[in-house]
Ligand binder design. Structure first.
Ligand SMILES: O=C(O)CCC(=O)C(=O)O
Ligand SMILES: [Fe+2]
Length: 278
């Protein structure tokens, strides 16, 4: 359950290129030390919806991902994950429709956008950074919301409609809203724009999606950086969009991804989603 009392203190702060990526960084020695850095990590997630934990010691990807269960609850499995919920992100099949197993750009998205219940928290750990490219990009969904409100209120309202985003994956289709109000006063974002996203038949929906794409193509709305080995990007998947640029097909870049359901003993401290300005 959302703890309304605490989360009202965390409407989320917008960010763009003016914010140095280092603002998100939390150095820790090893997975064992994650609990003692929990306050810094949760505070960054509650403020911006992003934290990047930098591990000093060499441990397995599994250890440096599963340790976040203490903060973010149970892991969530999906069709491409192993039994712990971990999925490899590397060049596995260039011809796949899933950008995550190719060297193509993975355009801005929220994870699990085709699921009824997308993961609240996403962890992405870098094992081997790209030699060139593979740059991580982040954008604030709250900033997107504010930008749409100032530019075209009707387009923003369209993106609250239940069929504003249609996605096809693994033979299944899913329709959902880009923005959803929940838990009284919070807003949750769902988005993707790659091959899996279907263009809308409705002109007004397509116009609104085009505006989202305009926002995401403006450098000033993005924070970009290269994830280094043993760095774990944590995002509030209801507030922040992420993506990565393309890299070489023969590049050994390798990451691992894990989703958390936030239903842990700490759950009322981690506030996902944002409070929108009206
Ligand atoms: O490769 C990356 O940096 C991002 C991967 C990603 O976003 C995903 O697998 O969902
Ligand atoms: Fe992702």
């Amino acid at each position: 359950m959302e703890s309304t009392k605490n989360c009202n203190n965390y409407p989320k702060r917008v960010f763009g290129s003016e914010l140095a990526p280092e603002s998100f960084f939390v150095p820790v020695r090893s997975s064992k030390e994650v609990p003692s850095s929990a306050n810094s990590i949760i505070s960054l997630l509650n403020t911006y919806g992003v934290a990047v934990v930098e591990f000093e010691e060499n441990e397995s990807a599994r250890q440096q991902l599963l340790c976040f269960g203490q903060l973010f609850g149970n892991t969530m499995r999906h069709d491409r994950s192993d039994d712990d919920g971990i999925a490899e992100v590397a060049v596995i099949d260039e011809s796949s429709v899933y950008p995550g197993v190719s060297s193509r750009a993975y355009t801005f998205h929220t994870d699990g956008s085709y699921d009824e219940n997308p993961p609240p928290i996403v962890a992405l750990r870098c094992e081997i950074p790209a030699r060139r490219g593979g740059v991580t990009q982040l954008a604030s969904g709250k900033k997107l919301h504010e930008w749409l409100l100032s530019k075209d209120r009707a387009a923003l309202e369209t993106l609250y409609e239940k069929d504003s985003l249609s996605i096809k994956r693994a033979g299944k289709s899913f329709s959902g809203a880009v923005f959803t109000e929940y838990s009284g006063n919070r807003v949750r974002l769902r988005y993707r724009s790659d091959e899996a996203a279907l263009a809308s038949d409705s002109q007004k929906t397509q116009k609104a999606i085009n505006l989202v794409q305009d926002f995401l193509s403006e450098e000033e709305n993005l924070v970009s950086f290269e994830l280094g080995a043993r760095q774990v990007l944590l995002t509030d998947n209801f507030t922040v969009l992420h993506g990565r640029t393309a890299f070489g097909a023969d590049d050994p870049r390798r990451m691992h991804r894990l989703w958390f359901d936030r239903l842990s003993s700490n759950n009322d401290e981690v506030c996902v989603g944002f409070i929108a300005n009206k």
